[in-house]
Ligand binder design. Structure first.
Ligand SMILES: NC(=O)c1ccc[n+]([C@@H]2O[C@H](COP(=O)([O-])OP(=O)(O)OC[C@H]3O[C@@H](n4cnc5c(N)ncnc54)[C@H](O)[C@@H]3O)[C@@H](O)[C@H]2O)c1
Length: 283
């Protein structure tokens, strides 16, 4: 099936980034969220990024307008009836995702692939909310989507070869490099990354170092481009906590216990960059 119209559910950090790369590759995009203001915020974020590219001479104003022009805002999942492929990038909450997949399954044509950008929730469980588990797959983009090269692809137990091939080809069309991960909580990326971030938060919690020292050790000592606490702020502390909860519950293993300090920050609404405060403060 030729993919011309690409649906994105969620217009936050990841949804807007995915909509941007899809539109930049020439697809018509329908970008959905639960409120008009959230979709508008997503489009404003894309416009900001593209305007910087225009200022740097990497793109013409006409190219920028064409990319924005191909993105249709939506606040109803029914709009996905005209999509040929849908990626869900709503909040990292399995009940939210189950509900979205159930509704998409009723709205989208039977041949349409429904992908999830989930960071940690097994694809087989999400697929269980639909009657098309062969056409459900994980398409896990990295943050920030327009910059990061990797797309982790996760096949659920019933995902078909054709669904895998179509998704992999789409990632390549978006100029990304796909890597295949097994369908276990956190897949590869977050099974490795998130316990490291959680351990950095435990180090802060136990007073082993200041936030600056923890990040400096990992930046300068391990050559990481960002320290783990700054990276947690970029990802969103609510998302980090949700991923740790999925690992902890999914493996029933105490090594994935979320740090109480991480939970305290999330409860206080300190979600990182997106709320203006996390381990660091942002203007
Ligand atoms: N933040 C990261 O670094 C990162 C990286 C890779 C994957 N992810 C995953 O991508 C997904 C989105 O994360 P994010 O960082 O963009 O979160 P975010 O909080 O920035 O955005 C989530 C958006 O989903 C919307 N939403 C919630 N329920 C919805 C519904 N029923 N229908 C439509 N929209 C709905 C919210 O209103 C919000 O705008 C999560 O599954 C997350 O784990 C995040």
């Amino acid at each position: 099936m030729e993919i011309k119209t690409f649906g994105v559910i969620g217009s936050g950090l990841m949804g807007a980034g995915i909509a941007q790369v899809a539109s930049m590759s020439g697809l018509r995009v329908i970008m959905n969220d639960i409120k008009e203001e959230f979709v508008e915020r997503g489009i404003a974020n894309i416009t900001n990024i593209l305007s910087k590219s225009v200022d740097r001479g990497k793109m013409t104003p006409d190219q920028k307008d064409a990319i924005i022009g191909r993105i249709q805002p939506s606040i109803s999942l029914k709009d996905m009836a005209s999509a040929d492929f849908v990626v869900e990038a709503a909040s990292e909450n399995e009940h939210v995702k189950f509900g979205i997949f159930r509704e998409l399954d009723g709205v989208c044509a039977p041949e349409v692939i429904l992908a999830s950008n989930t960071s940690s929730i097994p694809i087989g469980r999400i697929a269980g909310s639909t009657k098309r588990s062969d056409r459900v797959i994980g398409m896990h983009f990295m943050n920030p989507v327009p910059v990061m090269q990797l797309v982790e692809i996760i096949r659920g137990i019933a995902t078909s070869d054709e669904t895998f091939r179509t998704t992999r080809d789409l990632a390549v069309m978006f100029k990304k490099t796909p890597a295949l991960a097994g369908d276990y909580p956190g897949f590869l990326a977050n099974r490795i990354l998130m316990p490291m971030i959680n351990e950095a938060v435990f180090s802060l919690y136990h007073g082993v170092g200041t936030r600056e020292d923890i990040d400096t050790v990992m930046r300068l000592g391990m050559n990481h481009p960002m320290g783990p606490l700054a990276l947690a702020d970029l990802i969103g502390l609510d998302t980090c906590l949700a991923i740790m909860e999925t690992l902890y519950a999914g493996f029933s293993d105490s090594k994935y216990r979320p740090c109480p300090l991480l939970r305290r920050y999330v409860e206080a609404g300190w979600l990182g960059r997106k709320s203006g405060r996390g381990f660091y403060e942002y203007k």
